[in-house]
Design a protein around this ligand. Structure first.
Ligand code: PMV
Length: 322
């Protein structure tokens, strides 16, 4: 009754921002993402009738706080499905640095879901796994299928899940994450989701998303980097405009965030096709094709960005590894 699963984190090209039903993590809009080869979580779940309570070991350290509570709550859903009332020991680690503003909830809940379900011997479809992962953390549902993914917002819990729109090998994109902070995220995405509707621009954002989402899918299908890049920048700015005009306002950017955005725009004028997207934090994800990776890395060094970068390519979704 012990299984290990590995799941990638993902970067959203069209972002999930605002919930229709917070208790079920039902989103207000469809989103589109790419799974990341360089940022993943490895999780082992062991159920045992001898265990008295759930335990959680993160990066070698036992934790007892809200994180354990969330994991236990998620395991309850799996126990209920399997009709087995066994406690578990969960051991988990990320292959990327924690506390630098890269969310681990997507890879974390995708890996936890797959490992727990498999450890209890449940046979679930990819869609059912995605639904279950979504209940742990919304964006985790996109880390279940392979490669490039669409999360259908759906009408209810059973119809809100993610599916692959192209395999990882379809397009040799690169995502170079530039880490611009080395402290834990100050404002959680949970606060952002909850406040989204207080922005006067949220309605405008939603009204634009139908067309933008179709266009992003079309850009992926045609492997059109310029089209995709233009759209993802527009999308990231739209999310952050909503965040900055929420009540109270949420500012995720640091001065270096804007500096790098402006530099990317300048690099494009010099013929280097590299574009930005930004999640609920200050870090920049530079989206380009792998043939431009070295040039981007050189430019970053010239700019004197001393902090870490993580280079990712499109990756498969969650997998059992033992
Ligand atoms: O899954 P959550 O609740 O951490 O929300 C993710 C929010 C963003 O990363 C900003 C956007 C996205 O779609 O991943």
């Amino acid at each position: 009754m012990k299984k290990t699963a590995k799941a990638p984190s993902n970067i959203a090209f069209i972002k999930y921002w605002g919930k229709k039903d917070p208790s079920l993590n039902l989103p207000m809009n469809d989103s589109v993402s790419m799974n990341l080869s360089g940022c993943s979580t490895l999780t082992t779940v062991e159920f045992n009738s001898k265990f008295k309570k759930d335990r959680l070991i993160l990066a070698g350290q036992e934790v007892f706080d809200k994180k354990l509570e969330k994991v236990s709550k998620h395991l309850d859903l799996v126990r209920k499905l399997a009709r087995k009332n066994l406690r578990a020991k969960v051991t988990s680690k990320n292959n990327f640095p924690t506390g630098v503003g890269i969310a681990s909830s997507a890879s974390g809940f995708a890996a936890l879901t797959l490992a727990a379900v498999s450890a209890l011997g449940l046979k679930l479809s990819e869609k059912e796994l995605s639904v279950l992962a979504r209940l742990g953390s919304g964006s985790a549902c996109r880390s279940i299928p392979d490669g490039f993914v669409n999360w259908h917002k759906g009408q209810n819990s059973q119809t809100s899940f993610a599916e692959s729109i192209a395999p990882p090998s379809y397009w040799n994109l690169a995502d170079i994450v530039v880490i611009l902070q080395d402290v834990e995220k100050e404002i959680s995405s949970r606060d952002g989701h909850a406040l989204a509707q207080t922005s006067p621009y949220y309605k405008t954002r939603l009204s634009e998303l139908g067309t933008r989402t179709k266009d992003v899918e079309d850009a992926i299908k045609k492997k059109d980097l310029e089209k995709l890049g233009t759209l993802i920048e527009e999308e990231a700015i739209s999310l952050h405009m909503v965040a900055m005009t929420s009540k109270p306002p949420l500012f995720y950017w640091k001065p270096e965030t804007l500096l790098l955005m402006q530099n990317l725009m300048a690099w494009r004028k010099e013929g280097l096709p590299a574009y930005f997207t930004i999640d609920a934090g200050p870090n920049i994800h530079i989206i380009t094709e792998d043939k431009y990776e070295d040039k981007v890395t050189r430019k970053l060094k010239q700019l004197g960005f001393p902090k870490q970068t993580i280079t990712n390519h499109p990756s498969e979704g969650a997998r059992i590894v033992d």
